[in-house]
Design a protein around this ligand. Structure first.
Ligand SMILES: NC(=O)c1ccc[n+]([C@@H]2O[C@H](COP(=O)([O-])OP(=O)(O)OC[C@H]3O[C@@H](n4cnc5c(N)ncnc54)[C@H](OP(=O)(O)O)[C@@H]3O)[C@@H](O)[C@H]2O)c1
Length: 446
């Protein structure tokens, strides 16, 4: 028997418009395969006057989002406005009215998810959000359903397509420059390769980066997604502010070239790991082995690798953003809402899990110091590390031309060490009069 679901759609931007087109193109097939007829009966935007080239009937699109939520003809609300306000109020209003909600809004759920999920449970209606994490990649379903009986130990993710595209391009160019240098029998110069600014321009030209890319580059977008993944994987109540977040802004072609020489690649990695009852949550650039599955995830793609007790390693990769793939995830949620039972998910309140203090994070480190090429400088750096028990696995000096002329790059790889000591040593070395720039620190993972 076919069930009908009348949608009140909030937002006709990238995802909202793609959703309307998807239903136009595939609505009949969805009805045939899944027995759910989905139709947009009301839609809200800011600018009603703007033509959007969508086949919505006259009068469907209005400017009053609250009226859409309250319209008795609307059975399910799809929130694709973004931000925390007024979206949060609109979602809460819909749930209060007993209407299920589907959203792709990671920021709203990362900031207010706990209260909204509790409200949905109290009202016995669905609040679904597959599109909020990694667009069309069904990571929410994987964690909630497929791995429901397993116990997740750790999760490593490439959660942001913009930064992954930029780092992929920088890695490719570092590879070309490295091969050129090898053919010419010299070492690669720090000026070779592709810098972040032109790589970002390229990403913007291809539509992979927004005009204001700060949330992507700074790791904030990945941190919002990691909050939701930590909630699903560990039941942890986390907010973006609880996550150690570092972006890719300070990466240079020299770092990407060094990664190549170390048989690694640099990725903006989101890490969630439960160790002895404490949660280690971070988003930062990381050097990962070139042969690891995540290293092969290139361009604007996303991926999550999950380690769990029974299944071992599970990898999911796919398109993380874009109107159409996110709309695909939203429609999958709508189909669930339209099925008998209404798609409501059990709600177990999140718990506060103690965090691993930053000083106790353990890793091996790539450290690139920019210093005067003068006697005693290297000794002072190694002494500062040594005083904190940080042992050195390798040391290289780069760009050395004529003694004393230009600053040189000193790259040190450490054995495993605690972050607290490493940060203290770096702060001390950065204050040396012979240091010419802020030290670059990249953690190794895997
Ligand atoms: N784009 C992606 O690839 C992607 C991927 C995953 C998740 N998401 C999430 O999906 C959501 C939507 O993203 P998007 O890229 O589609 O955003 P968008 O292109 O900026 O569209 C936002 C829409 O909301 C409407 N709107 C804004 N404020 C409103 C208000 N007060 N009342 C009524 N309508 C209002 C806008 O109206 P006007 O058109 O008149 O301005 C626009 O149609 C966000 O939460 C985003 O994080 C997006």
């Amino acid at each position: 028997m076919t069930r009908s679901l009348s949608i009140g759609l909030l937002g006709l931007g990238n995802v909202g418009s793609a959703l309307v087109r998807l239903l136009e193109e595939r609505g009949a097939e969805i009805e045939r395969l899944h027995g759910v007829r989905l139709s947009v009966v009301r839609a809200a935007v800011r600018d009603v006057g703007r033509s959007r080239g969508l086949g919505l009937a006259a009068g469907v699109v209005v400017a009053d989002a609250r009226a859409v939520v309250r319209d008795p003809a609307v059975q399910v609300v799809v929130e694709l406005v973004g931000g925390v306000d007024p979206s949060g109020t609109l979602v809460a209003d819909a749930l209060e009215l007993g209407k299920p909600v589907v959203t792709a809004n990671k920021l709203l759920l990362a900031e207010r998810g706990e209260a909204l999920f509790a409200l949905a449970a109290q009202k016995g209606v669905a609040l679904r959000f597959e599109g909020a994490v990694c667009g069309g990649m069904p990571i929410v379903r994987l964690l909630r359903e497929a791995l429901a009986s397993d116990s997740v130990v750790s999760l490593h993710g490439i959660l942001n397509g913009t930064t992954n595209y930029i780092l992929t391009r920088m890695t490719e160019e570092a590879g070309s420059a490295g091969r050129r240098a090898e053919a010419e029998g010299r070492s690669i110069r720090s000026t070779e390769g592709l810098a972040l600014a032109p790589a970002l321009k390229e990403a913007q030209a291809k539509g992979y980066a927004e005009a204001d890319p700060s949330l992507d580059l700074g790791g904030g977008d990945a941190a919002q997604k990691l909050c939701l993944l930590a909630r699903l994987a560990f039941g942890a109540r986390v907010r973006p502010a609880d996550i150690l977040t570092e972006g890719i802004e300070r990466l240079t072609p020299a770092d990407l070239a060094a990664a190549r020489e170390l048989n690694s690649v640099v990725k903006l990695l989101a890490v969630a790991r439960l160790t002895r009852g404490r949660l280690d949550l971070r988003v930062h650039p990381a050097m990962i082995p070139r042969q690891s599955p995540l290293a092969a995830v290139s361009g604007p793609f996303n991926a999550v690798e999950i380690q769990s007790d029974s299944l071992g390693s599970t990898l999911l990769s796919g398109q993380g953003a874009g109107g159409t793939c996110t709309a695909t995830a939203v429609v999958a949620d709508l189909i669930d809402v339209g099925r008998p039972g209404g798609g409501a998910l059990d709600f177990v309140p999140g718990r506060d899990i103690p965090a691993v203090p930053r000083a106790e994070i353990e890793s091996s480190y790539y450290l690139r110091f920019t210093v005067d090429d003068a006697p005693g400088v290297l000794a002072a750096i190694t002494a500062s590390l040594g005083r904190r028990g940080i042992s050195i696995a390798a040391l290289h000096q780069r760009d050395r031309q004529q003694e004393g002329k230009d600053p040189v790059a000193v790259v040190i790889l450490t054995h495993r060490a605690q972050e607290g000591g490493v940060q203290q040593a770096v702060a001390e070395i950065d204050a040396f009069p012979t240091t010419r720039g802020r030290t670059q620190l990249i953690r190794f993972e895997g």
